[in-house]
Design a protein around this ligand. Structure first.
Ligand SMILES: [Zn+2]
Length: 211
C-alpha cells in the first residue's frame, strides 16, 4: 500500500478543493475507506484550510482598519454630504413642480356671473387634469379669518359689506400654467393672475418648511 499512499497523498489537496476528475476521486475515496493514515492526512489538510481562512478574514478586517485613514474618512463624509445635497434638491424641485402647477386668478369686483363662467370654461377647454375652485369674496374672507386663528379680532371690522378681498379662481393642472395664462389674460373681469412659475424653488421650499 506504500506506493498508493504516496499517490493519494499527492491527490489529497486537489481532492479537498474538489477539483479531481471522477476517476481520481473514486481512487482517493476507495483508498480512504481502508487507510487510517491518509484519512488523518486529509483531516489535517482540512483543519489547515480552516485556519488559513480565519487568518484571511482577520487580514481583511485589518486592511479595512488600516485604510480607514483620515483622508478616507473625509472622502466618506464628502460623499454623505453630496448625497444629502442631492436628496435636498430632489425635494426642492418636487415641491416646486407641485406649486408651479397652481395659479390664482383674481377677479374684479364688478365681474358678472357670465364673465366668471366664460373664464372657467376657457380654462377647462385648454387644461388637462384640472382641479378648479371658485373662491368668492365671502369665502376668501372666511378663510383668512380661519387662518388668523388667535387673532381673528383683527378682522372683526370686516364683513361682506366692506370685504377688501377679491374673488378668485384657484387652479391646479398638469398643463403648463403659462399656456393657460396666455389663453385667458385678456378676458374681461380678471384683475390679476398670481403664479409661482418664476419663483425661486429654494425660497418656496424654505417658506413651506417655515409654515
Ligand atoms: Zn494511505
Amino acid at each position: 500500500m506504500k506506493n498508493e499512499c504516496d499517490i493519494v497523498k499527492d491527490l489529497l489537496f486537489s481532492y479537498n478543493d474538489g477539483v479531481l476528475s471522477s476517476a481520481s476521486k473514486e481512487l482517493v475515496e476507495n483508498h480512504l475507506k481502508t487507510c487510517e493514515n491518509c484519512k488523518n492526512a486529509l483531516e489535517e489538510i482540512k483543519s489547515e484550510n480552516e485556519k488559513r481562512k480565519a487568518v484571511k478574514e482577520i487580514d481583511i478586517f485589518k486592511y479595512v482598519k488600516r485604510n480607514l485613514t483620515k483622508k478616507n474618512i473625509i472622502i466618506l463624509i464628502g460623499l454623505i454630504v453630496l448625497l444629502l445635497i442631492i436628496m435636498f434638491n430632489i425635494l426642492v424641485f418636487k415641491n416646486y413642480n407641485e406649486i408651479a402647477s397652481t395659479a390664482e386668478i383674481y377677479l374684479k369686483d364688478d365681474i358678472t356671473e357670465e364673465q366668471v363662467e366664460n373664464i372657467k370654461n376657457k380654462i377647462i377647454e385648454v387644461s388637462e387634469n384640472l382641479e378648479l375652485e371658485y373662491v368668492s369674496k365671502d369665502k376668501a374672507l372666511e378663510r383668512l379669518k380661519n387662518n388668523f386663528n388667535d387673532n381673528q379680532n383683527l378682522l372683526d371690522g370686516y364683513n361682506s359689506q366692506n370685504n377688501p378681498l377679491q374673488a378668485s379662481i384657484a387652479i391646479k393642472t398638469n398643463t403648463n400654467i403659462q399656456t393657460i395664462i396666455d389663453n385667458i389674460q385678456n378676458m374681461p373681469g380678471i384683475s390679476n393672475i398670481k403664479t409661482h412659475i418664476n419663483c425661486n424653488p429654494y425660497e418656496l421650499f424654505i417658506s413651506k418648511l417655515m409654515q
